[in-house]
Design a protein around this ligand. Structure first.
Ligand SMILES: [Zn+2]
Ligand SMILES: [Zn+2]
Length: 353
């Protein structure tokens, strides 16, 4: 039995290929994939064939934001049945190392993550996946939204890392798919002042729809001054000690990394969700240290799918609204091309399998 897949062979070279349908192992389920979101990392592999140390050396199937219907179950699977509608958490950890045992399994050195070389992703008709990384979704949740539990999990982890509570003020640098999910997750966590900074009016409009209370176009005026002006009535702070309780870098640029650290008030938390293109950057570390700014890194997420699903199924977040355009699996190359070239007017591209 064969299935269709979309395989990345080289820069901007995605080919449709037939592969054997995988056979689920004892603790795996076979999922007939229905929807896969196109992530920034997929686009990056499509245009560059590498992200940092991760290099595509052999043909690889992209896609890691997926949902579908269980088509078969392994002999030991108990909590899932054929016909269940499910969302797939794309990173399966080893479950035995130090980090896994501490619950920080996103740091597992042995993790197998979809569409991170050399692991194949979900631009395919079927995927066999570990049962404990497959989540059953309720009937009223769409398969498209279920696929987007992946970026929502990134947002849930970012908000958990920030430690914000009720009535918090936050700033989010970047109003793309991750920025807009952080808006929604932070609002659900009790943030009441949510400032989004971006260069594109299209994204700022979306951020507002999702719950941003203030938007700042970084082309217009001094970003930090505007953030401090918004927060001064909240905490009375002025000058270099002023700012939000927590800030999130989701744009992946050097300037926004600096601004994320500068935007928080003394004692605040800066979460680096995105990463700058060049790892060696110059930051005013003395200012950050003397203001006791907590700079927190983030790598994917751990144990966030249940919370993300709860937010989605209770209606606290809206993921369907993020989809800009849909393509068939056979048009995967065109979907990646669109996601790359139309960044300024696209939030999320979805593949219908
Ligand atoms: Zn993603
Ligand atoms: Zn591990």
């Amino acid at each position: 039995m064969v299935m269709q897949t979309a395989v990345l062979h080289g820069i901007r070279d995605v080919r449709l290929e037939s592969r054997a349908i995988p056979v689920p192992a004892a603790h795996e389920v076979l999922v007939k994939i229905a929807r896969v979101g196109v992530c920034g990392s997929d686009v990056h592999y499509y245009t560059d064939m590498h992200i940092g140390q991760y290099v595509v050396n052999a043909p690889m199937i992209l896609g890691h934001e997926s949902a579908g219907v269980v088509a078969a179950v392994g002999s030991s699977v108990k909590h899932l049945q054929v016909g269940d509608r499910v969302s797939l958490e794309p990173g399966v950890c080893c479950r035995t190392c130090y980090h896994c045992k501490r619950g920080r399994y996103n740091l597992c050195p042995n993790i197998v993550f979809m569409a991170t070389p050399p692991v194949d992703g979900a631009f395919a008709e079927y995927v066999a996946w570990a049962e404990d990384f497959v989540f059953k979704i309720p009937d009223h949740v769409s398969l498209e939204a279920a696929a987007l539990l992946e970026p929502l999990s990134v947002a849930v982890w970012a908000v958990q890392r920030s430690g914000i509570g009720m009535g918090a003020s936050i700033a989010i640098f970047g109003g793309g798919a991750i920025g807009c999910t952080v808006v929604q997750a932070a609002k659900a966590a009790g943030a009441t002042t949510i400032i989004v900074v971006d260069l594109e009016p299209f994204r700022l409009e979306f951020a507002k729809e999702f719950g941003a209370t203030h938007t700042i176009n970084a082309r217009e005026g001094n970003v930090l001054e505007q953030i401090r002006a918004i927060t001064t009535p909240l905490n009375g702070l002025t000058g270099s000690s002023a700012g939000v309780d927590a800030a999130f870098e989701t744009a992946g640029a050097l300037i926004t990394c600096r601004q994320t650290i500068e935007a928080v008030h003394s004692g605040g938390v800066a979460v680096l969700v995105g990463l700058p293109p060049d790892p060696m950057v110059s930051l005013d570390i003395v200012a950050a240290a003397s203001r006791e700014v907590d700079i927190r890194g983030q790598f994917r997420y751990a144990n966030c799918y249940p919370a993300a699903l709860a937010l989605l199924s209770s209606g606290k977040v809206n993921l369907d609204k993020m989809i800009t355009k849909r393509y068939a699996l056979s048009e995967a190359g065109a979907a990646l091309e669109f996601a790359d070239t139309q960044k300024k007017q696209s939030l999320k591209v979805m593949i219908e399998v």
